[in-house]
Design a binder for this molecule. Structure first.
Ligand SMILES: Nc1ncnc2c1ncn2[C@@H]1O[C@H](COP(=O)(O)OP(=O)(O)OP(=O)(O)O)[C@@H](O)[C@H]1O
Ligand SMILES: [Mg+2]
Length: 230
């Protein structure tokens, strides 16, 4: 079953009188439970594509379906609900609130979805992240890898079906990056779907499938291991 189906996506940005054709017809399906890597040179359209798949931005043309229903033309209010209930975002910059502890940062999304924190759930996520002993720490007391793990935990708080990550290890050393990918693989094994943009082709290979985007077009596709639901 495809969780996301994107068809003929185009994206044109307007910079003054100049038109930037960032995506030039991208068609892509992502299966439920699949871990997909997107690689490609700087400026090739990776972030633009991820933002469209995550309903943070609209394509100029083409469609995005989530669970078979077209979300391209939903009103912003409905898009917010799909985004909040289905998708967790992870970015290169961790975007933690510096004055809040790891635990409080984790629970932040609950404020927006008006859910009450469940201390047991928060502790079990901290444990899964290997941060059980770090719950009371402020971001500046954490390493980069630990901060990114808190950000991943925060993305998991609303029980998303899919994690979209844009260069999540871009600011991390290789050992911390490996740990983040270990965590992604654990989440995949638990049934989550992941789409992760990276510049690092070695890390990319740890996904089930790697796709390459160049100049707004998908250029090749490489299957690593067989996805359990393929
Ligand atoms: N808001 C915008 N206005 C104008 N042009 C934009 C805008 N956002 C992106 N672009 C252009 O679209 C193209 C694709 O950008 P995108 O950010 O998707 O690339 P990327 O593959 O994520 O690059 P990087 O690896 O450097 O993050 C680039 O040429 C970029 O300059
Ligand atoms: Mg980018």
């Amino acid at each position: 079953m495809n969780l996301i189906e994107a068809r003929d996506l185009t994206k044109v940005y307007h910079r003054g009188s100049e038109e930037v054709h960032a995506l030039k017809g991208v068609t892509l399906s992502v299966k439920t439970g699949e871990f997909l890597s997107i690689v490609g040179p700087s400026g090739s359209g990776k972030t633009g594509l991820l933002n469209i798949l995550g309903l943070l931005d609209n394509p100029s043309g083409g469609t995005v379906k989530v669970h078979g229903s077209d979300v391209t033309h939903l009103k912003e209010k409905q898009r917010v609900v799909v985004r909040r209930d289905t998708i967790g975002f992870v970015f290169q910059q961790f975007f933690l609130i510096p004055t809040m502890t790891a635990r409080e940062n984790l629970e932040l999304p609950l404020l927006f979805s008006r859910k009450k924190p469940d201390p047991k759930k928060t502790e079990s996520i901290l444990e899964m992240l290997g941060l059980a002993h770090r719950g009371d720490h402020l971001p500046y007391q954490l390493s980069g890898g630990e901060m990114q793990r808190v950000a991943i935990g925060r993305a998991l708080m609303n029980d998303p079906q899919i994690i979209l990550a844009d260069e999540p290890t871009g600011n991390l050393d290789s050992a911390s990056s490996e740990k983040i990918y270990d965590l992604f693989r654990d989440l995949r094994d638990k049934g989550l779907t992941l789409i992760v943009v990276t510049h690092n082709s070695e890390l990319a290979k740890r996904a089930d499938r790697v796709i390459t985007i160049r100049d707004g077009i998908l250029t090749d596709e490489e299957h690593q291991v067989c996805c359990p639901c393929a």
